[in-house]
Design a protein around this ligand. Sequence first.
Ligand code: ADP
Ligand code: ZN
Ligand code: ZN
Length: 803
Amino acid sequence: MPVAKVIVDVPTMQTNRPFEYEIPTELLAVVEPGVRVEVPFGRGKRQVQGFVLDVTETSDYSGKLKEIVRVIDLNPVLSKEMLEMSSWLADLTYSFQISCLQIMLPNLLRAKYIRSVVPVQGFENDPEVTKLLDNKTSLELNNDIDNSLIEEIQRLLESKKIEILTSVKNRAKQIKRQAIQIKVDKHHLLETEDSLKKNATSQRKLLEFLISNYEKNTFEISSLESMGISRPAIKALQKIKLIDIIEVTKLRKPTDLKNATTQKLELTNEQLNAVKQINNSINQQNAETFLIQGVTGSGKTEIYLQTIDEALKEGRTALMLVPEISLTPQMVNRVSSRFGDQVAVLHSGLSSGERYDEWTRIENGSVNVVVGARSAVFAPLKNLGLIIIDEEHEASYKQDDNPRYNAKDVTQWRSKYHHCPVVLGSATPSLESRARAQKGVYKLIELKRRFNDHDLPEVKIVDMRDSDNAAVSGDISNALKTQLDEILSRKEQAILLLNRRGYSSFLMCRECGFVLKCPNCEVSLTYHKDIQRMKCHYCGHEENVLDECPNCHSDKIGFYGTGTQNVEQQINDMFPDAKTLRMDVDTTSKKGAHAKLLKEFETQNADILIGTQMIAKGLDFPNVTLVGVINADTILSLSDYRASERTFQLITQVSGRSGRAEKKGRVIIQTYNPDHYAIKEAAKQDYDSFYKKEMYIRHQGNYTPYYFTTLLSVSHESEGQALKMAYSLKRQLVDSLSEEAIILGPSPTMIARKQNKYYYQIIVKYKHEDNFHKRLLEILSDTQAETKKGFSIAIDNEPQHID
Ligand code: ADP
Ligand code: ZN
Ligand code: ZN
């Protein structure tokens, strides 16, 4: 009897392996690896979703196997590649294989369960049961179930006449549209046209259309109607059996798909050198990695486009990952105007329906190029010829929640699977990647010049501690004001970066120093101007704004710190005639708002764009000649060893928005740490010099990339319990690691209490520890029982943030 090996949707350590199920004869034809099935699991009438990993002829198990109840898909939703990858990924990220399988699918295909009551065997015709079920076979227990029924359900459950069945609900909603399909040959259509009555104009129009588009065969009725063809005309042709009316699945197209409109640009020498090397690797099917380190404005995008083109010419597909925030219309347009409707774009602005449709177009081979953020790394492209990761230094390629995967690791795996190169691009590569290039693990390609030899912008550091320079008004220094004056008089544009969110962010008493904090999270509450209330960014707790200090009753309680709205206000007061735009989480939360703001700025309907990190990268506006960094230091104050690297990257990236075309660019950096090397090197736009200094510091401190890092964190509602558990973990680690490994902590995380739980973390730094991985998996498995007591343990392999 054939047996299916199934990963069930029960995320625990004990169930993190395939279970065997018998395949009923009638399902033999459809059960194959990659389809989802519904299977009974555990005691009671519980049914869960599962993924078939494998089908074998026999089982090693001697007892009676349970049977698969139902098949959810008629065709596999996951390819052999994804099934294989899921077990590798689960192991790497210390997560459950089921979680890895689930993230590979669009939301609409993720399991949802329904609970319903069904008769216990033998009670199908019991009068009480049939009354409750209203003569149907089951009753769904959803939210709108009538309260009057609850008592009856409980009574019948107790008398064991009915039981509760949990089963899988399949939710994929496809939009069905009506369409017509031609049933006869072209000749027949031409004859009919000749015999039509003179006044049958709509029918004639339809026939003419069908004759001239004969090859396409199927047409949506709505699009015919928009051409002025009437329903009766369609009905008439259906009646004489020229066409059929059928239902087709309409794929929602999230972007206006265009035909390719742009041509290849003529490459500079530096670009040509890069394209040649990568194309060669595509042709040779080499699973190797290139790091393009190219200054801002050096023309990396054109290299991406021409190498994608090469992969397509070879009959293969291409995947391009970009950070969510640089999935701007600008970037998307550049790709889709080169490759037209061969491109699918996956970003967080899509509805789940749209996402599902894009996924389907990729899966069925209608598109060959995918552009998307982190999770697009799982795009079901077949026959990959090239993978690109733009802005490869971005932390957002790592997922912060389970499964804590890094899209870069996944691309390395896919590159080996498909025998294709990976291209990493950045003006400010991560230290890890650059170090790998240094060692020859990656091939380094440098672009040292901006396109057309445009100069890099001239950068000035303003010391905000110095009262001569410092703020003429709130947050704007004299130097910045002077520059703004100049560019406004020349009708040029400026971008101002503020590394923060909200209005004046927190409430502080200037008399006694009291700060209004969240009662749950030990972080200060942030003022939100739109709702005029104080809000916690971790748990969402809200409070009213205070006008008297609860501690000393002084009325000198007020806002401290700066938000984008505040800076915009200061600019408006200073330059009443200038038009400003503000771009932050608040102004871009609505769908399409982001694109609209950028469009306004691009068409020069505004002079100054003020925003948070989201304006720092990818934007290419020729008229921008000034970039101001309002507060360069905010990240430096974090207790994260990547703080200098992040500061350098942010300042370099945002400075790169200035002076990209003919006009000379300027940058003003306001800081309280003017002597910090991250700020000084960023001002010089000197990556190599920064790299040397930072590598020295990493070496001294035994940090990445000299050491591997693993972060373990433990949480519990009781601080004592969390700490106790953390110490017990540490003892186990000390026992199983060599002397060479460094174990730090346990220490409370910077925000020690989130959502009423206490967090303690342990950082392990190591070079070679053969048993470490295995040992961690054992620890996870051992602590499974503890999770029931309210503990949770997370293991983060190579964390991007430590806080
Ligand atoms: P990067 O991503 O490296 O910062 P971009 O790819 O945005 O730089 O290129 C900077 C500017 O130079 C863009 O406006 C782009 O259109 C232009 N550009 C780049 N390469 C060429 C080329 N070979 N011919 C003409 N224009 C180019
Ligand atoms: Zn006070
Ligand atoms: Zn909170």
